[in-house]
Design a protein around this ligand. Structure first.
Ligand code: FAD
Length: 147
């Protein structure tokens, strides 16, 4: 994949239904495909999920992002995909993650609540920044915890 380094941040409404177990299996399938495909396309990023919505950051070569985002937008497992930010970046925020996953953890719920409800994603730039910062903080915490 070629092109300058870009980043996309989007938000979407979840259409997955069923028990927690069924949803977890579905998310696992999404992550499996994402990790295989993203590694091949030199893409990195992170995905947040709670029962109502997804938010995702994908970064990498422009062509790779365009291709994957085309597929993501057509995916019947979510809807109302809203791009919050798309543009060039100097360096990656998630260089070590083909697709990091941040599910619902009690201590993150407050953060997610603030992101999803208080901002209502009205100010797209602010919402994108909020999502990115929150994801980075959580992933850094995880990396430190696993040392
Ligand atoms: P497969 O995974 O084999 O899928 C083949 C087709 O079946 C695709 O059209 C797929 O959309 C559809 N499909 C597969 N499983 C289901 C299911 N359980 N229900 C309904 N349809 C299904 N893909 C990436 O490559 N990178 C990402 O970062 C990424 N992020 C995603 C984030 C979200 C929130 C969602 C919902 C999906 C994401 N995907 C991502 C998946 C993406 O939409 C495509 O499904 C995937 O890229 C196709 O991979 P594949 O070609 O290996 O086909």
């Amino acid at each position: 994949m070629t092109g300058p380094l870009q980043r996309i941040v989007y938000y979407s409404k979840n259409l997955l239904t069923g028990s927690d177990e069924v949803i977890a299996t579905n998310i696992e399938q999404i992550l499996e495909a994402a990790r295989v495909n993203n590694s091949k396309a030199n893409l990195t990023g992170a995905l947040i999920f709670n029962s109502g919505c997804f938010a995702q950051v994908i970064e990498g070569p422009r062509d790779g992002i365009a291709e994957v985002f085309e597929r993501i937008q057509c995916d019947p497992r979510h809807t109302e995909v809203q791009v919050l930010e798309y543009g060039p970046i100097i360096k990656r925020a998630f260089p070590n993650w083909s697709m990091a996953f941040i599910g619902v953890r009690e201590k993150d719920e407050k953060l997610f609540h603030r992101l999803a409800l208080e901002t209502s994603f009205d100010d797209k730039r602010l919402a994108a920044e909020d999502i990115l910062t929150t994801m980075r903080e959580i992933m850094l915490e995880e990396e430190i915890a696993s040392i």
